[in-house]
Design a protein around this ligand. Structure first.
Ligand SMILES: O=C(CO)COP(=O)(O)O
Length: 254
């Protein structure tokens, strides 16, 4: 079966109550292809999840940006997977490079988080990606394969996993990977999945691209055969997010 195009909006640590409501209105008014064609998931900060979920159009869904690695309890400041499930939040982003770099989340820790979130019934957007130094030293594939391996070791059912390739050097920099660069890594990741998780998983798992995606560059990226959608940061707070969602039609007509 084909891989349904997936567009995620990662709002990161942005927004006031007022701004969040404005973004939701913008999303609710947007004309986009049906949810048979594109799956749209927006990820506000934890504190805004309930309000966004309650106001958001029913064909879009919400994701948390993180959750605790195991069952909740005496872990001050953390939010557990069970809480997200209890609030009806279907998705969670795990292993974002900002958390890997700034909060020292290791490959193994991210793998453990993915395992626990999946075990609780959450769907997971799992992020991988190399730094500029790693790319320049020729270790891109080794890095993303090691990150993916730590996740894959903990996943038995890939149906609820979307893999997000987000090169760190392209995040928030305005320096987008070229469609060829994105395709190259996505294709390698799919081969990695084929070799390590099987042909079926490789054929059906969505691999989405993140890093300075905007309304102007999305169509060219979406046209690449192994790019199954996007994880969008800055542009997901703006009206051009609607244009990015619409780039799903590039696939449909391909
Ligand atoms: O980190 C990202 C999405 O998770 C990408 O962020 P930007 O789109 O702002 O580069």
């Amino acid at each position: 079966m084909g891989r349904k195009f997936f567009v995620g909006g990662n709002w990161k640590c942005n927004g006031t109550g007022e701004e969040v409501k404005k973004i939701v209105s913008m999303l609710n008014e947007g004309e986009v292809p049906s949810d048979d064609v594109v799956e749209v998931v927006v990820s506000p900060p934890f504190v805004f999840l309930p309000v966004v979920k309650s106001l958001l159009r029913s064909d879009f869904h919400v994701a948390a940006q993180n959750c605790w690695v195991r069952k909740g309890g005496a872990f001050t400041g953390e939010v557990s997977a069970e809480m997200l499930v209890n609030l009806g939040i279907p998705w969670v982003i795990l292993g974002h490079s900002e958390r890997r770099a700034l909060l020292n989340e290791s490959n193994e820790f991210v793998g453990d988080k993915v395992a626990y979130a999946l075990s609780q019934g959450l769907k997971v957007i799992a992020c991988v990606g190399e730094t500029l130094e790693q790319r320049e030293s020729g270790s891109t594939m080794a890095v993303v394969a090691a990150q993916t391996k730590a996740i894959a070791e903990q996943v038995s059912n890939w149906a609820n996993v979307v893999l997000a390739y987000e090169p760190v050097w392209a995040i928030g920099t305005g320096k987008v990977a070229t469609p060829a660069q994105a395709q190259e890594v996505h294709c390698e990741l799919r081969k990695w999945l084929q070799g390590n998780a099987g042909a079926e998983v490789a054929a059906t798992t969505r691999i989405i691209y993140g890093g300075s995606v905007n309304g102007a560059n999305c169509k060219e990226l979406a046209a690449k055969p192994d790019v199954d959608g996007f994880l969008v940061g800055g542009a997901s707070l703006k009206p051009e997010f609607i244009d990015i969602i619409k780039s799903a039609t590039v696939k449909k007509s391909a």
